[in-house]
Design a protein around this ligand. Sequence first.
Ligand code: IPM
Ligand code: MG
Length: 336
Amino acid sequence: MSLRIAVVKGDGIGPEVIPEAQKILEHFLTDADFFEVELGLAKWEKTGSACSPDDIRELKGADAIIFGAVTTPPDPDYRSVLLQIRHELDLYANLRPIRSLRPNPDGSFVDMMIVRENTEGLYSGIEEIGTERSTTLRVVTKAGSRRIAEKACSLVLERDRNHQLVIGYKGNVLKSDLLFRDTCSEVASSFGIQTKAVFIDALCLDVLQHPNNYDVIVTTNMFGDILSDVCGYLTGGLGMLPSANIGDTHAFFEPVHGSAPDIAGKGIANPVAAVRSAAMMLEYFGMKQQACLVEESIADLINSGVCTPDLGGCESTSSFGSRLIAVVCKKEERKI
Ligand code: IPM
Ligand code: MG
């Protein structure tokens, strides 16, 4: 049976970057069925719901989902579409590779993986909002910490760099993080992996100063959100960072950036993060070689100055996408 891929463009720059990612997917997944699911701000304005139970059902029926971005309206009762999907599809592992495509001044390349717990922590959704006092419950469970630690450990083994697992936490203040740290350490020792627990604030600085000391970092939900944006600094900005939200039965791929309403509609958004998210989908389907080919093609273009304005180039979103497909095809011909 052919693969069913849900395409959610969303709003903001989502409808600009996702078609470029879809082109790559259509190129490699020639038999797949692509179907669009409309979610986001426009739908919320029309229907009062940005993502309905029917939408969730459709997403659950897909073998994988590619997602652009959705703008959060300033309504206190609005429930984030992303958080809703992550919870409903139990996408507990948010994998955020931080890989530079351009060499650093010393010739090295940054290559690390942030493994962000994606269903609990400060994003539990359990809140009491008042006018004098508002609270958000930060949830850390043994089971939730264990499954994310297992994911992180299997990535340490897969990446095979003989590195320890770094645990980003804040246990000096948040006692809930001691459960996270200790569970991660327990899991890692059962995998034969060494760990180092680092306070998240210090970690944010150290990854920037010594990125090559890091391989896999596992952390709780909001810390992972912040750390991945921080690491955008190492790779040319948020236009470059992809992510995969993985559960036991569903998989959802999205650029780390948001809807960027300030540049939406101008045709200048960098599609690389979305395209690399599509490459992560290929890898998820076991097409590692094809995923690498996409990464290499992006690197070739960027290193020859073909890029969007955020990276100092003058390509539009779609012209970059078209040039990318051309490079991918050329590389494929050479490999045949
Ligand atoms: C991200 C985003 C989301 C998050 C928001 C939009 C809910 O910042 O994917 O990093 O915090 O997870
Ligand atoms: Mg974020």
